[in-house]
Design a protein around this ligand. Sequence first.
Ligand code: PCA
Length: 211
Amino acid sequence: MPTLLLTGFEPFHTHPVNPSAQAAQALDGQAVGQTRVQSALLPVEPQAAATQLRALLDEYRPNAVLLTGLAAGRPQVTVERVALNVMDFSIPDNAGQTYRDHPACADAAAPAAYLSTLPLRSVVAGWRAAGIPGHISNTAGLYVCNFVLYCALHHLAITGHRHVPCGFLHVPANAAVALAVPEDRPALPYLPQEEITRAVWVAAKVVGDEL
Ligand code: PCA
């Protein structure tokens, strides 16, 4: 059975939970269509996350890679188109570090950007067919999610696995994340966790079906 590596992130910043982690945990070990989901949680700390991710790619040799994270403030699920070789954090990571105008990968051969190798249009079509509004996003930000997507695509490229579909889903806040925002601060749009998990499941199904 083909394996799909599904990652979520630990909580970060002021968010008490991370809905991407809850979705990844809920789907761990499940057969989605003909594909087995293998989930992992990544720290919101670039070097530690990259080390862990490279080890997961080398150990599991997944047939597809679906990375997920929280984009608090986005109203819908999104599938990212591109990862840039830039880190420019507006908030510190979980180790208290803030990187500014910093390359994600300093190798001379590292390109300025990698395009996601997921079937983006099929994922969005799969969501719509399942009654889930979602769209392609043209920026994954310049924080840890963009960094991790860049590292995964770079690692697959330099280890001869460019053919392995790999990309990133950003999910909205869930109720717990939205409830943690003080009432005098701008309110966050949210989706129930079950719907976030279902959107990740549908994306995994679409990606697995196209293998
Ligand atoms: N979202 C952050 C990092 C971890 C997460 O879940 C991001 O969008 O970069």
